[in-house]
Ligand binder design. Structure first.
Ligand code: FNR
Length: 394
């Protein structure tokens, strides 16, 4: 007798099965809302107005946050039928390293605003679900502690290039020593954006010495503080005067090359000429991002920049994407427009706020599930089949 065909496999059906079975057979509802609107609303209820403003807020009128979503919504998926999608391969290769799926955790600072375990909880979830993490320069714990929590889970370190080159060299040296696989230089925050929600509340976490653990644990930063190395007020003030450097230019990238053997990604690239220049200077990868609409008000929706940057990169370096990703369909669209991987931002912070490490793990599992189902339902059996032809403009 012929064997029955294999059961559908993959992240999607496994997650659906878990949710429905637990609820229907065990009377156990999901630990937090799965819909993005529900997740956001529940997190907003739980956290302080200051934390909500800092996390959900954007620059100026909020037009870039809206543009990120509107631009994603203008792209539409054209599903194809009757293709065998019983086995779906979500794997991708980033700089020659095989990954099970195209998701990564975006670097997000000051996670202690929503949960005491902050980045440590996020790292735990990254390890549980198998999602590589980009550790933030504004994390609430030193990178060494986060790396220890991650164990074998791959991670990169995100750098803000401040006024002290010696501090930059020190941070990069520490990242290398604790096992980071790459350095991400965030370029779009050479000055802090005009964040109206935070300004309305007169609240900035760094002035409470929150989100500056990478600095206060750094020998160069501590050396600059001298006798005041453990004084929180002095730490905050030194941080505020040194963390960003609006004078930074392209020629400085050579300094980074001289100080690390790790691959270097540039985050915040939106123009094809910047992309071409970065590749010409030997950068190893690009991240198309507008910082989730937190820096330039009235900027281009990030997904509309992606296609141009990907064309300019022409497959020579990986192009990653973030800003506005809220579900599997968004990830699918980014992949179709040339992204190698996609960074999840605010949604995992809402999960962290609601349920710590379990909340983050839940958000990541749901993203993977929805991506897997979107792939199959659109008629794609692998990420390689998610091409520009799968989309149309509304
Ligand atoms: C960020 N982002 C960010 N980026 C970075 O390079 N270093 C950082 O420390 C932070 N910190 C940070 C804090 C908060 C509260 C948010 C919301 C964002 C930007 C982040 O990496 C990513 O680009 C955006 O979050 C993507 O936009 P969405 O998907 O969150 O809308």
């Amino acid at each position: 007798m012929a064997l029955p065909p294999p059961l559908p496999t993959g992240f999607g059906p496994a997650r659906q099965g878990e949710v429905y079975m637990k609820a229907m057979l065990g009377g156990q509802k999901p630990i937090q809302p799965i819909s993005q609107a529900g997740l956001e609303a529940a997190a907003r209820e739980k956290i302080t107005p200051e934390a909500w403003a800092y996390i959900a807020g954007g620059a100026g009128s909020g037009a870039t946050i809206a543009a990120n979503r509107a631009a994603l919504d203008r792209w539409q998926i054209v599903p194809r039928m009757l293709r065998d999608v019983s086995v779906r391969d979500l794997s991708v290769s980033v700089l020659g390293k095989q990954r099970a799926h195209p998701l990564m955790l975006a670097p997000i600072g000051v996670q202690e605003m929503v949960h005491a375990d902050a980045d440590l909880a996020t790292a735990k979830a990254a390890k549980t679900v198998g999602v590589p993490m980009i550790i933030s320069n504004q994390a609430s714990f030193p990178m060494e502690a986060i790396a220890a929590e991650l164990g074998d889970t791959p991670f990169w370190f995100q750098l803000y290039w401040g006024k002290s080159d010696a501090l930059v060299a020190s941070l990069v040296r520490r990242a290398e020593a604790c096992g980071a696989e790459a350095i991400v230089v965030t370029l779009d925050t050479s000055i802090l954006g005009w964040r109206t929600q935070d300004l309305d509340l007169g609240f900035l976490p760094f002035l409470k010495a929150q989100g500056i653990a990478q600095y206060t644990s750094d020998p160069v930063f501590r050396g600059l503080l001298g006798d005041n190395a453990d004084d929180k007020h002095a730490q905050s003030v030194l941080f505020m005067t040194t963390y960003s450097n609006p004078a930074l230019t392209w020629d400085k990238l050579a300094y980074l090359r001289d100080h690390t053997k790790l691959p270097v990604f540039l985050k915040g690239i939106n123009h094809r000429d910047d992309a071409a220049r970065a590749v010409a200077l030997g950068m190893d990868g690009l991240i198309v991002s507008n910082h989730g609409g937190r820096q330039v008000d009235g900027a281009i929706g990030a997904i509309d920049a992606l296609e141009h940057v990907a064309l300019a990169a022409a497959g020579r370096v990986p192009v990653l994407f973030d800003s506005g990703i809220r579900g599997g369909a968004d990830i699918f669209k980014a992949l179709a427009l040339g992204a190698t991987s996609v960074l999840i931002g605010r949604p995992y912070i809402y999960g962290l706020a609601l349920n710590g490490a379990n909340g983050v793990a839940s958000v990541l599992t749901d993203m993977l599930a929805e991506l897997d189902l979107t792939l199959g339902l659109a008629g794609c059996a692998s990420v390689a089949e998610v091409t520009r032809e799968m989309l149309t403009r509304a």
